[in-house]
Design a protein around this ligand. Structure first.
Ligand code: ADP
Ligand code: ADP
Length: 223
């Protein structure tokens, strides 16, 4: 379980992006819903140890995330809102390289890891093609494969279905639902349907504050 206590983040220009966030996130898919500028990305970046919150604490199991960022990183999968891809390099080559960076040194183990992930995200048929040529949906699924290297127990997905057509969105959401069976997955989005379809629990954030938590059905009157 992930526990956020009194989390506040103020940017150097004075913008208070997070204002006393208290939140408990259990295993499974958890939706974080809020309009643009609500503070979703700021919250995801704090949890992903990409920025240090101004105050408050983040606890994941026995890991104090603010004090032990390297411990969290070892078990984190992060799919940021915009991730760059290298031109001309294939999905297989990129995943293999990232697996090396994640410390999977044994070539046989790496081959198993990369092949399993490519099949899981349904990119096996295009594994030798350049990621730069992929469609939006294919890129997002590649992003998931990237985030899952090394079997993370906490997976953060930031605005994943923006710009996807309905069929790609469905396919992507099914993939997330599979992953969510075993680990904590936080889905940050402004799209109500993604949360309603996928997440047994959710929170609504606005102006840096959690304004509601519960099951999507309970909250449907607010949405
Ligand atoms: P969301 O992801 O929900 O759109 P963000 O976390 O990106 O929200 O932004 C929350 C608030 O913080 C907004 O007012 C945004 O303009 C501001 N903000 C985000 N990043 C920065 C930054 N690097 N410097 C200053 N203000 C920022
Ligand atoms: P599917 O899994 O049903 O084939 P995808 O979304 O994975 O759907 O791919 C859509 C189509 O684009 C597929 O037919 C795929 O073969 C084709 N495609 C193959 N190689 C590439 C490439 N390098 N860039 C973009 N599209 C490609």
């Amino acid at each position: 379980m992930l526990q956020l206590t009194n989390l506040t983040h103020v940017y150097p220009n004075g913008t208070k992006a997070l204002d006393g966030v208290n939140l408990e996130i259990p295993k499974g898919m958890f939706g974080l819903l809020g309009p643009n500028g609500a503070g979703k990305s700021s919250l995801m970046r704090c949890i992903a140890t990409l920025q240090t919150p101004s105050s408050g604490s983040i606890q994941f199991g026995d890991i104090d995330v603010v004090k032990q960022p390297e411990k969290l990183r070892a078990t984190l999968g992060y799919l940021p809102q915009d991730f760059g891809v290298y031109p001309r390099v294939s999905a297989y080559e990129l995943l293999d390289h990232l697996a090396v960076l994640k410390g999977i040194a044994n070539a046989g183990e790496r081959k198993d890891t990369v092949e399993t992930l490519l099949a899981q995200v349904n990119l096996w048929g295009v594994r030798k093609k350049a990621v730069a040529g992929y469609s939006g949906g294919m890129r997002q699924r590649f992003g998931v494969a990237q985030a899952l290297i090394g079997n993370p127990t906490l997976v953060i997905v930031d605005e994943p279905t923006a710009g996807l057509d309905p069929e790609e969105r469905n396919r992507f959401n099914n993939l997330l639902a599979e992953i969510g069976e075993n680990v904590v997955v936080i889905l940050s989005t402004h799209i109500v349907e993604d949360v309603a379809d996928l997440c047994p629990r959710m929170a609504i954030i606005n102006n840096g504050k959690i304004v509601q938590t519960g099951a999507p059905l309970e909250l449907s009157r607010e949405l």
